[in-house]
Ligand binder design. Structure first.
Ligand code: ADP
Ligand code: 5GP
Length: 211
């Protein structure tokens, strides 16, 4: 006999210095788990080769981005590496209402804002690289950014890493399969928290009535 307890969707945040592996881990999670949907951010940064508008990001001009800020269309927004990034509200609320979990690849500024708005629904994970030299190797190996952009991202790594202790969980991405398994287990355990399972009230009442 299988029992389905109605549960409440959660907001899973992955943050890290650029190149530590957030995108890789997010893709793995989305491929493994049909209940997770990705929050697609808006950004004023130029698309990288292979990035698809509406899938990787919604690429917008600065004027349009600022208009969306005025219209209160973002759940959070911040300037990162000189570009604007923001999380559109509507798709997040729609996904949560449909009982799905929403995955966010956002920086520490966005995580703080999200936590202020919805503390009980946010689960945050910080991803650390195994070593500094490896972070640089990954950024170069990704071969998607010009050398000056990579240097800028390396220079900002310490600033991002300094926020590690604000997160609920911290994982070291030395091995992708291991880190992926750690993300999966965090999500599974967080889903089982009592307060994320509103359906338990009715279920337990039924048990007490002898059903
Ligand atoms: P982020 O989204 O945090 O900027 P990515 O997921 O794009 O980082 O990863 C940066 C690069 O490092 C990519 O080329 C990715 O394939 C590679 N990578 C990610 N995790 C690992 C790992 N554990 N070991 C080796 N390479 C990795
Ligand atoms: P990238 O340009 O490499 O895709 O992302 C650069 C940084 O911006 C990463 O740290 C990423 O997590 C962050 N980022 C992406 N989207 C958002 C967003 O919507 N809000 C915030 N605050 N940060 C974001």
């Amino acid at each position: 006999m299988t029992v389905e307890i109605q549960r409440r969707g959660l907001m899973l945040v992955l943050s890290s210095p650029s190149g530590a592996g957030k995108t890789t881990l997010s893709r793995g999670l989305l491929a493994n788990d049909p209940d997770v949907v990705m929050s697609v951010s808006a950004t004023t940064r130029a698309p990288r080769p292979g990035e698809v508008n509406g899938k990787d990001y919604c690429f917008t001009g600065v004027e349009e981005f600022l208009r969306m800020v005025q219209q209160d269309a973002f759940l959070e927004h911040a300037v990162v590496f000189g570009n604007h990034y923001g999380t559109p509200k509507k798709p997040v609320f729609e996904a949560l209402a449909a009982g799905r979990d929403v995955l966010f690849d956002i920086d520490w500024q966005g995580t703080q804002q999200l936590r202020q708005q919805a503390r009980d629904d946010v689960v945050s994970i910080f991803v650390l690289p195994p070593a500094r030299g490896e972070l640089e190797r990954r950024l170069k190996g990704r071969a998607e950014d010009p050398a000056d952009v990579i240097a800028k991202r390396m220079a900002k790594a310490d600033g991002e890493i300094s926020h590690w202790a604000e997160y609920d969980y911290v994982i070291v991405n030395d091995d992708v399969a291991k880190a992926q398994a750690q993300v999966d287990v965090i999500l599974k355990a967080e889903r089982l928290k009592r307060e994320r399972q509103p359906g338990l009230f009715g279920f337990v009442e039924g048990l007490m009535r002898g059903e």
